[in-house]
Write a protein that binds this ligand. Structure first.
Ligand code: FNR
Length: 363
């Protein structure tokens, strides 16, 4: 049997050992509210690398303090944060995985209480509880969150510069690939969407205007990182609501991303319209990835309830995506990659040598 899942993939100068990638998942576990990674992050991310992931993409990491979802988010706006991430990168490398990081600005969904251990999970933080003023394309609130202030031209320039500066720190810390977060209703997605972007300047209006900030960020990051380093973007390919950002618009944006030097798009959905009815189920976002892969030249990764090795293998074998990302299933079973290698009967190097003897008859 051909094992697509276990086949390496090359993007620019980076070859990743397989197509089982762990997507970014916020842990809200930074030390001292300063965006600093800790032993928790070493253990958490290291376990996925040891468990066979080809690439591990670290969680949404704020490029600016006000771009964090919560005060407990990781950040990469200073050198101390960069140094705290270096051992995480080294650990991933020591287990053979590529290290990625998702650079993020939460826009109008910033300054919220973490989803656990707080009085009002996910609600806007008050100033007394350490909250801050949020920004967005327009002064339109997301659901019951506090309304943001519309970014002015100088604020937009600052966001672009912050993404580029964080990218430089990520390169310095040793990351192999970078991902720009333009999904799930955070700042760059908010600009893309006609629901949240009512601007009348050159950053609003038609799709080209709404995509302008994302393309500026991509250009700035691309220019700041080595030519051989892959740059990824995560998008919400549809908002699942009438009149929102949809697959037709996403197809155009992905084409532009390719022209601006993006190497792969991760295809997620939703997050910018509170009332959206999302048809959640096994592989529910994969058709979006397949559509974009077919209509554009862009390599894509598929994500969303691709929980079993055979299901993930099928997505790749049928040409719906180039890479599969496995999130919550890796939280449940951090040796998901080893299990996949055994299930697919792939005598693969991701099975640690001390385990090989135990599994010999299954290989
Ligand atoms: C997420 N997700 C997410 N997405 C993202 O782009 N940046 C992030 O930081 C996070 N944070 C996050 C935390 C946790 C605890 C979960 C469960 C999810 C979404 C995630 O990357 C993925 O797209 C979804 O979980 C769907 O994939 P699975 O879990 O069904 O494989």
């Amino acid at each position: 049997m051909t094992q697509h899942l276990l086949a390496p993939i090359t993007l620019r100068d980076l070859t990743v050992r397989n197509r089982i990638w762990v997507p970014p998942m916020c842990q809200y576990a930074a030390a001292g509210l300063d965006g600093i990674a800790t032993d928790y992050h070493l253990m958490h991310y290291g376990s996925f690398a040891r468990g066979g992931a080809g690439a591990v993409i670290l969680e949404a990491t704020g490029v600016l303090p006000e771009g964090r979802i919560s005060p407990q988010d990781l950040g990469l706006w200073d050198g101390a944060q960069r140094e705290a991430l270096r051992p995480v990168v080294d650990l991933l490398h020591s287990f053979g995985a590529a290290a990625g990081i998702q650079l993020a600005h939460a826009g109008r969904k910033a300054s919220t209480e973490p989803e656990w251990g707080t009085a009002h999970p996910g609600a806007s933080l008050t100033a007394a509880d350490g909250g801050w003023e949020t920004v967005g394309p327009s002064a339109i609130a997301y659901d019951a969150l506090t309304a943001p202030t519309a970014l002015d031209e100088a604020g937009i320039d600052e966001v672009v510069a912050a993404f580029a500066a964080s990218a430089v720190r990520a390169v310095d810390a040793g990351f192999d690939l970078l991902e720009v977060h333009a999904a799930h209703g955070y700042l760059l997605h908010e600009f893309l969407s006609p629901l949240s972007n009512h601007r009348t300047d050159s950053y609003g209006g038609d799709l080209a205007g709404r995509a302008r900030l994302l393309l500026r960020v991509v250009d700035a990051v691309r220019a700041a990182i080595p030519e051989g380093m892959p740059l990824l973007v995560r998008i919400s390919a549809t908002e699942w609501v009438e009149g929102g950002f949809d697959l037709a618009q996403a197809t155009e944006v992905v084409t532009w991303l390719g022209e601006h030097g993006v190497d792969m798009v991760d295809v997620s959905s939703g997050g910018n319209a509170a009332g959206a009815r999302i048809p959640v189920g096994p592989g529910y976002q994969t058709p979006l990835a397949a559509h974009l892969r077919e209509r554009t030249e862009m390599p894509v990764s598929a994500v969303g309830m691709l929980d079993t090795p055979f299901q993930a293998e099928h997505v790749l074998a049928t040409g719906q995506a180039d890479v599969v990302r496995v999130g919550r299933a890796f939280l449940r079973a951090p040796n998901w990659g080893i299990d996949a290698a055994l299930s697919l009967r792939g005598d693969n190097e991701i099975i640690p040598p001390p385990y090989r003897r135990a599994f010999r008859q299954q290989l």
